[in-house]
Design a protein around this ligand. Structure first.
Ligand code: CDP
Length: 212
């Protein structure tokens, strides 16, 4: 069983993917970490994020064990990730790693921007998680202040809108719901309510698959 969760920044897709993975006892891959780790490798080498050849080499050199999440999670890395993620060859270099993860026996939960459209078009359940930009900025600002950081709601909203625009408008694997994805709007839902709604979606798609 492959569950593909896509959606924009701070839509709640990561929390949802983790909860679904725990519930179904499946491995979970947060694919944003791949792009964040690629960007970090470039920064550590003192390279420009637009250095295509270095970005491709960094993406090709990644292994799933490279992720020290705490150091990849920051706002700066999110912005940097969205720049390298727009390079088609970087995306191509990361496809097989993600597909191999998805093909694990028993299945997997993957979350990102193009899981339902490009990485796992065969996934039995595709959920496109979304929420208003204001709700997403409020969540991200709360998360940041809980981590002790200084937060400026207006700046967080601006970052989210800029990243949304870059992710939606890139030529390769833009952020868009797959044709057969079910859209889950979490603007008015807390994490528990979003999880319940997603479980109902998974159960619905599994019974359709069982009948078909
Ligand atoms: O958690 P948040 O949604 O803020 O960020 P993320 O999922 O870690 O993604 C960071 C950036 O990586 C995104 O803005 C995308 O540009 C890129 N990304 C992507 O292009 N494709 C994916 N499957 C996952 C992330």
């Amino acid at each position: 069983m492959i569950i593909a969760i896509d959606g924009p920044a701070a839509s709640g897709k990561g929390t949802l993917a983790r909860n679904l993975a725990r519930h179904f006892d499946l491995p979970h891959l947060d694919t944003g970490l791949l792009y964040r780790a690629t960007a970090r490798a470039l920064m550590e080498q003192g390279r420009n994020l637009a250095d295509k050849a270095a970005a491709i080499a960094a993406a090709r050199g990644l292994a799933l064990t490279d992720f020290d999440e705490a150091s990849l999670r920051g706002r700066e890395m999110a912005e940097a990730a969205s720049i390298v993620a727009a390079i088609p060859e970087v995306r191509a270099a990361l496809v097989e790693l993600q597909r191999a993860f998805a093909r694990r026996p028993g299945g997997a939960v993957l979350d990102g921007r193009d899981i339902g459209t490009v990485i796992c078009p065969e996934a039995c359940t595709k959920i496109f998680v979304t929420a208003s930009a204001e709700a997403r900025a409020t969540r991200r600002a709360l998360e940041l202040s809980a981590q002790g950081g200084r937060t400026d709601y207006a700046a967080v909203l601006e970052e989210i809108l800029r990243r949304d625009a870059r992710d939606k408008n890139r030529a390769t694997a833009p952020l868009v719901p797959a044709k057969d994805a079910i859209v889950l709007d979490t603007t008015a839902l807390d994490a528990q309510a979003a999880f319940k709604a997603a479980l109902a979606i998974v159960q619905g798609t599994r019974s359709v698959a069982a009948r078909g």
